[in-house]
Design a binder for this molecule. Structure first.
Ligand SMILES: CC(C)(COP(=O)(O)OP(=O)(O)OC[C@H]1O[C@@H](n2cnc3c(N)ncnc32)[C@H](O)[C@@H]1OP(=O)(O)O)[C@@H](O)C(=O)NCCC(=O)NCCSC(=O)/C=C/CCCCCCCCCCCCC(=O)O
Length: 729
């Protein structure tokens, strides 16, 4: 074999990475063309006896260029044709898989006659996460190689597997610890002259199962249930079914039809937008021109968590999982012992899960996790996350103490879902080190971390908090400081509309059903029951909206000149706190139960309430439920953008997808608004606002009105229409 540039012998790989990490590119037309030319040359050159395909810079391939799927001029050589060309080569072709082989990259490897992987390589077919299926004949080749169950699992989940798993499945022929390219060339030399027929996957039958049809029917039901309206997983199952029922070439035709159906479904565009939005939010900007490119994070070698309630326990668990030594602090020994037990239980569970991936979790070592009631142990940590309950006075007291005890460069984070970061920072002598880190429950599971800068927060502090998100494998989104920040602020008008709909005639289960059919993991009432109705109740009491501080004579359904619903307060007053008490908007099998059943008690409470307030109930259709809840949420999103609380619509969308169960295949609320069309969103808000003039949440935001007046520009251009960049950005 000869080694040189190009493909024949051991030439350059299937793609060229232009700076992996910052500018990783997918397989481009130029790469496809180069591979095709190289293969043809190799086949025609009698001095070449075998071919080896590898990537550059230690990465085999991240697959097709995702941006190309939405490009209007998709033309040129096709990846599927190239894979067939590789497979039909008269000389053995060996793939040397280093780093990653994903999507079209793995399909290229499947066209090769042999595959050698580096021990650290990861492989997968993540197309389903982009709303597609492996459309370069991957759905037809993979089941022939590793069987239907394993292929279906990889194709419908998009998960990445390790080289060892790939070897176990028979996806690769060899795993090496040393030089993969050398090993692949060695294998290529060994197999010269051996028959290639058995190595061509398109010629193999799919290994039969005792009941393939039954297996695929069950799989289809399973993915449909899990996918909540997302098309791609189900069409992936159909494509694999084609592999089991049709000859290879007919299967490929079916795969292509299904691919085109997905490509034109709109969901693919939304999922690809979400992919890039999650990467775009890594670039942040803050007041005074501070931005990600100019700020370096401080090292995070140790951390402390204050408060071992539900949130604190989850946060400790994430930190331990990220290998950051933690000091966990409670106010007294009784709470500390309860918290310690709960944390250890969580960690035991996580350790079991990680064992399956051959990873170990070290949490019995006191150098990595210690429990204390002594604030002095926080003296040297790089980072403190305060996670006590939402009480401003308590938080300020803790921050005052922290600013006296912690080393000057320590990052001081408050886990709050709504409170004013500036007020908390004012209790310290170093407000530039104070930042909000809003974790979502359960904190060791949910991917979102809302990072809130205050008026004085330094760029270094923001960069360090973003670094923390990355270390915890979370999606960090930097936002400005306002009540509820981005996520909860948009949630308030959404939940408010849901409750108004109950006043007017709906039932909790009807509203939830409509929003769950839209794709939300759970509707607003199930969500409120899960979170605990007392949380909002306490907050409303604090704001003087309910309880003894409401002035006598205030109309029951009005506060500060706007419509108000006391329904959630009435529920709490009768001891209905949601799942924890066994009753809320639904009833549960017991206190702490999770199975929600529609509650006749709530239905009669609603009937009584409407009667008391002279409300004639009406039938409210699905469209009105959807529009009022979603458009109120989106409308708040436009106000947030106009105020400069978030740098762009992608930030809002990433927050909603990762923290609030917004269906990813709908791209996030702002992307959804763009899909519906801003003129329609505006017109429907105007309509509902006219019907409910006392509800400010339905009054169209001036920014939305402006965008419509400017001709409904694409989402990417929205921010350029703000009359002046907000002073916050
Ligand atoms: C794991 C990663 C690869 C790396 O992760 P990490 O190290 O954290 O780095 P990132 O920050 O994520 O990425 C760095 C930058 O690189 C960009 N990037 C990454 N991958 C791609 C890609 N595949 N394409 C484009 N850009 C990519 C990323 O955005 C970052 O840049 P920036 O910071 O945003 O500027 C991780 O990146 C990852 O998971 N990547 C995605 C991997 C993936 O999903 N691959 C699959 C891609 S889809 C595919 O391969 C499909 C192949 C089949 C095509 C078959 C076509 C058949 C056509 C049939 C008939 C069609 C008829 C049409 C008829 C008609 O005309 O309509």
């Amino acid at each position: 074999m000869r080694r040189g540039r190009g493909l024949h012998a051991a030439g350059a790989g299937p793609e060229r990475y232009q700076g992996y990490g910052r500018g990783l590119r997918g397989i481009s037309l130029a790469v496809l063309q180069a591979l095709e030319d190289g293969l043809e040359k190799a086949d025609a050159d009698p001095s070449v006896k075998a071919v080896m395909i590898c990537g550059e810079n230690g990465k085999f391939s991240a697959g097709a260029d995702i941006r190309g799927f939405s490009s209007p001029n998709r033309q040129g050589p096709s990846l599927a044709a190239l894979v067939s060309l590789i497979e039909s080569s008269k000389k053995p072709v060996v793939a040397a898989i280093e780093g990653i082989a994903l999507g079209g990259g793995l399909e290229v490897a499947l066209g090769c006659h042999y595959r050698v992987a580096h021990v650290k390589a990861r492989m997968g077919l993540p197309e389903v996460t982009l709303g597609l299926l492996p459309g370069a004949e991957g759905t037809q080749r993979l089941p022939r190689l590793i069987g239907v169950p394993a292929a279906l699992d990889m194709i419908t989940t998009g998960k990445h597997i390790s080289a060892h798993e790939a070897l176990k499945l028979g996806l690769v022929d060899e795993v090496v610890e040393a030089n993969t390219v050398e090993a692949a060339m060695h294998l290529a030399n060994q197999v010269i002259g051996q028959p290639l027929g058995p190595r061509r996957l398109s010629l193999r039958p799919v290994p039969p199962l005792p009941d393939t049809d039954g297996f695929l029917r069950a799989a289809r039901l399973r993915v449909r249930e899990r996918a909540r309206g997302c098309l791609a997983p189900e069409l992936c199952v159909q494509a694999v079914r084609a592999a089991t029922e049709l000859p290879f070439s007919a299967g490929v035709r079916r795969e292509r039809e299904l691919f085109v159906e997905l490509l034109s479904s709109g969901q693919a565009r939304a999922l690809q937008y979400a992919f890039f939005a999650e990467r775009a939010v890594r670039r942040w900007s803050a007041p005074g021109g501070a931005a990600s490119h100019g700020a370096a994070p401080r090292p995070l070698r140790s951390a402390a968590v204050i408060g071992l309630g539900t949130m604190g326990r989850g946060i400790v668990t994430c930190l331990v999982k990220a290998n950051i030594p933690v000091v966990a602090l409670e106010q007294n020994l009784e709470y500390l012992n309860v918290g310690r037990k709960a944390v250890m239980l969580l960690l035991e569970r996580e350790a079991k899960k990680m064992e399956q991936d051959a990873q170990a979790l070290d949490f019995h070592n006191p150098a990595r996790l210690q429990f204390t009631v002594d604030f002095d142990l926080l003296r040297d940590v790089d980072l403190v996350i305060e996670a006590v309950f939402e009480d401003m006075a308590l938080k300020k007291e803790i921050f005052h103490k922290l600013s006296r005890i912690c080393k000057p460069e320590a990052l001081l984070c408050t886990n709050t879902s709504a409170l004013d970061i500036d007020e908390i920072a004012s209790a310290t002598s170093r407000p530039e080190q104070v930042i909000g880190t809003h974790f979502f429950s359960p904190a060791h599971v949910m991917r979102l971390l809302e990072i809130i800068y205050g008026r004085h927060t330094s760029p270094t502090a923001i960069a360090t908090a973003m670094q923390l998100a990355r270390a915890l494998r979370k999606v960090g989104v930097v936002v400005g400081n306002c009540f509820g920040f981005v996520g909860n602020r948009m949630m308030f008008p959404y939940v408010e509309q849901a409750v108004f709909l109950l006043e007017e005639g709906s039932r909790p289960e009807e509203v939830d059903q409509v929003l769950e059919d839209f794709g939300f993991k759970i509707g607003p009432f199930r969500m409120s029951d899960l979170a605990g109705l007392d949380v909002g109740w306490r907050s409303r009491q604090g704001q003087g909206l309910t309880g003894p501080s409401v002035p006598a004579g205030t109309p029951a359904r009005q506060r500060l000149g706007r419509r108000y619903s006391p329904l959630p307060d009435l529920l709490c007053e009768s001891g209905r706190f949601g799942q924890k008490s066994g009753t809320g908007w639904y009833r549960y099998e017991r206190a702490g139960g999770r199975t929600a059943t529609p509650d006749p008690g709530v239905h009669s409470l609603l009937a009584q309430y409407r009667h008391t307030h002279g409300i004639r109930p009406r039938h409210i259709d699905q469209e009105e439920i959807l529009e009022r809840c979603l458009f109120a949420l989106i409308n708040e999103g436009f106000a947030i953008l106009a105020e400069g609380i978030a740098a762009g619509p992608e930030h809002l969308d990433v927050i909603y997808i990762n923290g609030y169960g917004w269906p990813r295949h709908r791209g996030g609320p702002m992307f959804y608004a763009a899909t519906v069309g801003l003129p329609r969103v505006l017109a429907r808000l105007q309509h509902h606002s006219q019907a409910h003039p006392d509800v400010p949440g339905l009054r169209p935001s001036a920014f939305l009105e402006k965008l419509v007046a400017m001709g409904n520009p694409p989402l990417k251009e929205w921010m350029s229409y703000l009359s002046q960049q907000s002073p916050r950005l």
